[in-house]
Design a binder for this molecule. Structure first.
Ligand code: AMP
Ligand code: MG
Length: 349
């Protein structure tokens, strides 16, 4: 772990010319005083940057935040034998007591599984494992094997009561699609509770911002292009920006690409017109869950779902190079670099 003061430059953030603030509170300028903290948790590289705090105070807040991330990692890891999720997955049907955090995340995640009609399904773990995504020993399972495993994939089987969490034998949870989003929400709550009004965190590609940039302008968050580099930039204030992409983790066999996001209806890696889905929402857990679920749904269904659930916006990058945004992003998204020549479509209500 490294605690360092650096110039403001985060790998997924492009800091371009300023633009008008869209609301939110401004940090007091001058003297932004950025302090950045880097760590690895939840199998991913994370950075947190806070502004306008005296050095020792900032460092204390960041240490607390890092501690929180390590705690969440220890609770939610699917591979760590001490985690609550691991214990539930290996409980043989017994009820396992839960911490407040695991309970809250599960409640939110199960509600989103329901709302997305199972496009998000946190019991997908047995299938994810069968394809080798948990170990890197990739394989293409037989249809019969997938059919048998899919009998254990059903989020409605998850029993969450005051006593704890009960999973029927063979049902296993994987919170990989939502845990970092939840962690982002917890960090924002923690920072807000200290009176902080200006910070940004990047949790393995999930970006979440509190307030505006120190000068009062929106944060500019770059969106990765599937082929590398950046496809566009989003201006945000007080939002989470989360991308799910087939290019993030995949393997290739006999000329076919198999990505790490599974369609729970078929048990097979998603194959549709989408290269990635980026969701912009108030809450990290919502953005994280929806980026995964909309990727599963594909463009048409994602559009229909957004029309019925208007409390978020999205950006799709299609494999054919088209960028598609919902109308709420029209004033805060711009294509970037080579992507300036790509078609940009706007979905309207
Ligand atoms: P994300 O990168 O947030 O889209 O999450 C992808 C991760 O969530 C994968 O690596 C799996 O561990 C898990 N996952 C894959 N497909 C699904 C799904 N349909 N619903 C819930 N979790 C999934
Ligand atoms: Mg996700």
């Amino acid at each position: 772990m490294k605690l360092s003061r650096v110039l403001i430059f985060l790998p997924v953030l492009v800091l371009l010319a300023g633009c008008q603030p869209h609301g939110g509170e401004n940090c007091e300028a001058p003297g932004d005083n950025p302090i950045r903290y880097e760590l690895t948790a939840m199998d991913t590289f994370m950075t947190m940057t806070i502004y306008n705090q005296p050095g020792s105070v900032a460092q204390e807040h960041l240490r607390q935040a890092a501690g929180l991330l390590q705690e969440l990692d220890a609770l939610l890891s699917v591979t760590d034998a001490g985690s609550e999720i691991y214990r539930a997955n290996h409980s043989g049907g017994e009820t396992v007591p839960l911490s407040e955090d695991t309970r809250r995340l599960l409640e939110e995640a199960l509600a989103l599984c329901e709302e997305t009609e199972g496009a998000l399904d946190v019991t997908i773990y047995p299938v994810v494992r069968a394809w080798g995504f948990t170990t890197g020993e990739y394989r293409v399972p037989e249809a019969a094997e997938l059919e048998a495993l899919l009998k254990k994939v059903d989020f409605t089987q998850v029993g969450l009561t005051e006593d704890g969490l009960t999973l029927p034998e063979g049902v296993e949870l994987d919170l990989g699609a939502v845990a970092k989003g939840y962690a982002g929400d917890r960090l924002m709550d923690l920072f807000r509770s200290t009176g902080m009004i200006c910070s940004i965190v990047e949790l393995g590609g999930n970006v979440q911002a509190l307030g505006t940039k120190p000068d009062g302008s929106p944060w500019r968050v770059a969106v990765q292009a599937p082929e590398g580099g950046y496809a566009g930039a989003l201006e945000i204030v007080d939002k989470a920006v989360v991308t799910s992409g087939g290019y993030q983790r995949y393997f290739e066999q006999d000329g076919e690409i198999f990505c790490h996001i599974i369609n729970p209806a078929s048990g097979r890696p998603v194959q549709n017109s989408l290269a990635s889905v980026t969701v912009v929402a108030d809450r990290g857990v919502q953005a994280d869950a929806l980026s995964t679920a909309l990727f599963v749904m594909g463009r048409e269904q994602a559009e229909a779902w957004w029309r019925e659930h208007p409390d978020f916006e999205f950006l799709l990058l299609e494999k054919d190079g088209t960028a598609v945004i919902t109308e709420g992003l029209e004033d805060c998204f711009s294509l970037y670099g080579d992507w300036k020549n790509h078609p940009l479509e706007v979905i309207r209500k």
